[in-house]
Design a protein around this ligand. Structure first.
Ligand code: GLA
Length: 366
């Protein structure tokens, strides 16, 4: 009896210890993770570019609501999508994103009003197929901005008014787009004036890429300075942040933020992703034997680069008013198709199963 009692006591104790250990272990595996937006609450809002489909996917919605407090429609507000014919607007996709944001108390950045890409076919031509005059094109731009900015007034707090107007060729200043060919640089000044008139409260951005490369940085600075000197209502600059594990270096990133903010402009990182491949502009096919694996070496390099970038963002929290990621997770990124179609990329903080990556832990550890 005595022995049986002792054995029972031993078994109860053993089960208790095992259960307790199990609990502790389970808790260690599932730490209570605050969302990115909560970790950065005293710094700046954290945004993400979305498509309407993502807002119907339960798992992606959960991830968005946990980590982000600002949305950018990835494509839904681009001119080619929202204004497909001169007298027809397609609001459905953009409306659904704005409605989702309103329902969940998220901010919305509008993207974008004037860009050389994603333009509708009708925009630059008359009914005989000839290029329109400057007056006609500016009138079309004004109508577009009045309609789009007007519709979302009070719901979209910031607009990328002009996107990528500076040339890729470092010996040129402005891009020789049809906007430029027809209007000269007036399309830029007018776009800001029309946007300001349509919603005087909205924060108006000039948005561009490779803004940390010294030669591009200087030309973007020159444009912004010219606009400000002419009293054009530009309030902020968007550094797209389509970066890679190799660039920008810390010095160039710091120099860009300092240079632009010295003009009194707020700075946002508007389209952040860190490609695991070196930057290439031209589209090309996947090469035979080209590796597309996310190796632990790439994972570590990417984590270091994200750590560096967010260290700099935190340091400049007084001038940085937002950081937005371009897509939600590595499940889908525009970099899977550009510049190399079919080359899987892994540029974001969440993996293809929507789980936080090494880079995520670097970003929240400070
Ligand atoms: C640019 C544009 C974005 C988007 C990306 C690629 O950065 O500003 O709208 O098209 O290219 O997705």
């Amino acid at each position: 009896m005595n022995t049986a009692f002792k054995l029972m006591k031993f078994l109860v104790l053993a089960i208790f210890i095992l259960q307790t250990k199990g609990t502790v272990h389970a808790q260690q595996q599932l730490p209570v993770v605050k969302g990115l937006k909560d970790v950065y609450a005293s710094f700046f809002p954290i945004g993400v570019a979305v498509m309407p489909q993502s807002l119907r996917d339960t798992a992606e919605v959960a991830l968005i609501l946990k980590h982000f407090n600002s949305l950018t429609p990835e494509n839904a507000m681009k001119m080619g999508v929202i204004h497909p014919d001169e007298n027809r607007y397609y609001w459905k996709a953009a409306d659904s994103i704005v409605a989702f944001a309103q329902a969940h108390g998220l901010k919305v950045r509008g993207h974008n009003l004037c860009w050389h890409e994603h333009t509708p076919k009708w925009l630059f031509y008359d009914k005989d197929g000839k290029l329109v005059t400057k007056d006609v094109l500016l009138k079309r731009l004004k109508d577009h901005i009045d309609q789009v900015v007007g519709r979302y007034k009070g719901k979209v707090y910031a607009w990328d008014v002009v996107n990528e107007a500076v040339a890729d060729d470092s010996t040129q200043f402005l891009r020789n787009s049809l906007w430029y060919k027809i209007c000269g640089d007036e399309f830029i000044t007018k776009a800001f004036e029309y946007a300001h008139a349509a919603d005087p409260q909205a924060i108006l951005f000039y948005n561009d890429y490779n803004t940390e490369r010294p030669e591009k940085r200087e030309r973007v600075y020159k444009l912004l300075k010219k606009l400000l000197d002419a009293k054009i209502p530009v309030n902020a600059v968007g550094l797209q942040g389509h970066w890679s594990i190799d660039e920008p270096g810390e010095q160039d990133l710091v120099a860009a933020i300092q240079k632009f903010s010295s003009l009194g402009l707020k700075v946002q990182i508007t389209e952040l992703d860190l490609s695991v491949y070196p930057w290439e502009k031209e589209r090309r096919a996947l090469r035979d034997g080209e590796s597309t694996a996310f190796t632990s070496d790439l994972e570590n390099k990417q984590a270091d680069q994200y750590a560096m970038a967010f260290k700099v963002f935190r340091k400049f929290k007084n001038v940085i008013s937002g950081v937005t990621f371009w897509n939600i997770s590595d499940r889908f990124t525009w970099l899977d198709t550009y510049p190399v179609k079919g080359r899987k990329n892994y540029p974001l903080l969440f993996d293809q199963k929507l789980q936080p990556k090494k880079a995520y832990w670097e970003v929240v550890k400070f």
